[in-house]
Design a protein around this ligand. Structure first.
Ligand SMILES: Cc1ncc(COP(=O)(O)O)c(C=O)c1O
Length: 436
């Protein structure tokens, strides 16, 4: 009969404390930060580490320009502003993303227009973009969700046909590739996040990348108080040309990220090794749908998403969300840190339901926006279905190896070997963490 499930009081499969944290911080990282402190220059628009990191990341992505920022959220805003998005313009955004993607559009007083995802890739569905384009549309933001690049050829062709810019949210995609080109170089402009969870971690921080000198200059203004760059030796005139923020990073972060960047490819390789093992082993359980692996792109797996098919497990009449909660809770109790990464489409968030970003209903009723825009989470059924039927795993990152993945696979086999005990019991149709 095998061992009792941990959620039912049995022994956990995965021993406590064996999953290591992310990021991996080495002596080199510490020396790099200490070097900055010894140098005594801890900030500056043209400071040594910032300038070097901009050059190195531009080289890594194969683009002409890079700006380091103090967050991915600020980098996303700089992209939207850089592409010339203005009050009342519309920008296409996938319904499945972190809301910072849409927030960047609102920061320009512009209007996010959401598009549902492809049920296989979980990325924006290119076949659903054109029906959302109006005479106000200015740009399409694509999000390489969890590290898998979007269908860029199709999306770039739509953008070209309608005269739109394509902006990449590559927050999850440091080192991802589409047809041998790196994320960050797949559209007109891109952003990355350097938040501590990311494949290239910096604590907080971000990048803007582009080949377009005008977009670069406008993005730079957004990051630097709206002021133009002063040629070396000239006096700063303190003269803002446009809205701008202080989106600059500090030198300690830049030095740390430069040091981490030297190991990015190796850490991505380790993630992919972990994921390949999981995908091979979990793929043997017929109700588990592992992430797709299109042959023309490289996924760097910031997050590993696992989808469940109750019918394939022999439970065609159980609601997929009930089934998923039961399995997720049982796995969690076994010591597999499976979790949600968001739970409903971004247009379902309060700000879109209330149609109010700045007070008084702005930007939707500021006079420049198209009238009658409304948001309903139910308009994005594929995003909803994905959330209902799936959960994610973060600990595939490169601090962990196949020893941990093997424990995970054992836990999946244990739970899927005793499914009847949990999926037919309504007490497990909700998040259960207590026993973990
Ligand atoms: C898809 C996506 N876009 C944008 C961001 C914002 O980045 P940051 O947290 O660095 O501001 C995140 C952050 O997790 C994200 O996941």
């Amino acid at each position: 009969m095998g061992e009792k499930l941990a959620i039912e009081g049995g022994k956990k499969t995965v021993p406590d404390g064996i999953a290591k944290p992310w990021p991996i911080i080495t002596q080199d990282d510490m020396d790099a930060v200490q070097e900055v402190l010894k140098r005594g220059v801890i900030w500056g628009p043209d400071a040594i580490e910032k300038t070097a990191l901009e050059r190195e990341w531009a080289e890594y992505c194969g683009v002409k320009y890079c700006i380091v920022t103090n967050s991915g959220t600020s980098a996303m805003h700089a992209c939207v502003a850089g592409a010339g998005v203005e009050t009342g313009d519309e920008v296409i955004v996938p319904a499945f993303t972190f809301w910072a993607t849409a927030q960047a559009v609102l920061c320009q007083n512009a209007i996010p227009v959401f598009v549902d995802i492809d049920p296989v890739t979980y990325n924006i569905d290119p076949n659903k973009i054109e029906e959302k384009i109006t005479d106000r549309t200015k740009a399409i933001i694509v999000v390489h969700a969890h590290g898998l690049p979007c269908d860029m050829d199709e999306i770039n062709a739509i953008a070209e046909k309608h005269g739109l810019s394509v902006l990449e949210d590559a927050a999850h995609a440091h080192g991802s590739e589409y047809r041998e080109r790196k994320a960050g170089n797949l559209g007109d402009m891109a952003m990355f996040s350097l938040n501590g969870t990311k494949n290239l971690p910096g604590g907080e921080g971000g990048f803007v990348t582009t080949n377009n000198p005008d977009f670069f200059e406008k993005a730079r203004l957004t990051c630097m108080f709206g002021e133009k760059k002063v040629p070396k030796g000239n006096i700063r005139p303190y003269d803002a040309h446009t809205m701008g923020n202080n989106y600059r990073p500090v030198e300690m972060t830049c030095a740390f990220v430069r040091s981490q960047l030297r190991r990015l490819d190796e850490y991505n390789r380790l993630r992919i090794e972990n994921v390949n093992y999981l995908t091979r082993e979990l793929g043997k359980i017929k109700s588990i749908i592992t992430p797709p692996e299109p042959g023309d792109r490289k996924n760097v797996y910031h997050i590993y998403r696992i989808k469940l098919d109750p019918a394939a497990a022999g439970y065609p009449n159980i609601d997929p969300e009930d089934f998923r909660w039961a399995v997720q809770s049982a796995l969690f109790a076994e010591g597999v840190p499976v979790m949600e990464w968001h739970s409903f489409p971004v247009p379902g968030q309060k700000i879109f339901q209330n149609l109010d970003a700045y007070g008084r209903g702005c930007p939707w009723n500021c006079g420049h926006a198209r009238k009658g825009i409304r948001y309903d989470a139910g308009d994005y059924p594929e995003t909803q279905k994905m959330f209902a039927a799936s959960f994610v795993l973060y600990t595939i990152y490169g601090s962990n190896g196949l020893d941990l993945m093997k424990y995970y696979v054992d836990a999946f086999h244990k739970v899927f070997g005793r499914l009847d005990e949990i999926v037919t019991n309504p007490k497990y149709y909700t998040r259960i963490r207590a026993s973990a």
